[in-house]
Design a protein around this ligand. Sequence first.
Ligand code: SAM
Length: 277
Amino acid sequence: MSQKPSLPRARKRFGQHFLVDTQVLEAIAALGTKDQAENDRVIEIGPGRGALTRPLLSHVDRLVAIEIDRDLVAYLRENLTDHKLHLIEGDVLSVDLDALAADEGASRLLVVGNLPYNISAPVLFKLRDHAHLVRRAVLTLQREVAERLVAAPGGRKYSLVTVLLGQCAHVEIHQTIPPGAFRPVPKVESAVLEIRFEPQRVAVQNMVLFERVVRAAFSLRRKMLRNSLQPLTDTLKARGLSLEDMAAEAQIDLTQRAENLSVDQYATLTRVIDTAG
Ligand code: SAM
């Protein structure tokens, strides 16, 4: 008699906490696959043992899943034989999403995943860099990270990633998930986040300059903008502007800190600098 392969043990270095709450899994799968357009392709990051992959498969005609752990890939290949599933062994951070979409004949991607916590920031930045391609992402993240992404200006949680993502996406928390819904049980709570990409949600012509302005401000987030924006003075000078001129035209108070400016105000600062001279 052939023996079923045993479940590969959870690996800490790949952030493996497997979701075991079937109601939560079904809710994530339904949210992640809703409003599919004809040329959309659903991509799952980190299928693990297939807990989310199975409900996802019931909502799609085809699913691409990217898993880094070769033991889990082997396990899935033996245990989840569904012709709709295309499994890729690899690191999602190295996958060329544009090429993947082209290979799949897809014009937009819907990304779903219970993310390993150690790569949530680089995944978010990667998705932001592909805002033209990714229609929506439904991600399970550490609750604290998710709350940072929806934070309003003025508080400690409002940060670099809030502004960069807020420029190109609507971000919403759908539900929180207690540690007990995972095995092994993590130390922290999680949250299901929906990111709906809209590259010009807040209009910005010069994205490189926008990112420079925001990064400068948050690099010294406890300092006043008068200090944190100093790295921009050469660029301003070349355009015949001082920090004070820029602030006056953008109607921004330089005694404020990075966390006090809205995404629109960062966009205004960028436009003032970009159109000067
Ligand atoms: N989706 C499964 C679930 O909900 O039970 C597993 C979630 S577990 C939190 C994260 C999964 O992502 C693991 O299977 C892990 O091996 C995989 N993973 C970790 N780093 C990865 C990477 N860089 N690229 C692709 N998959 C990764």
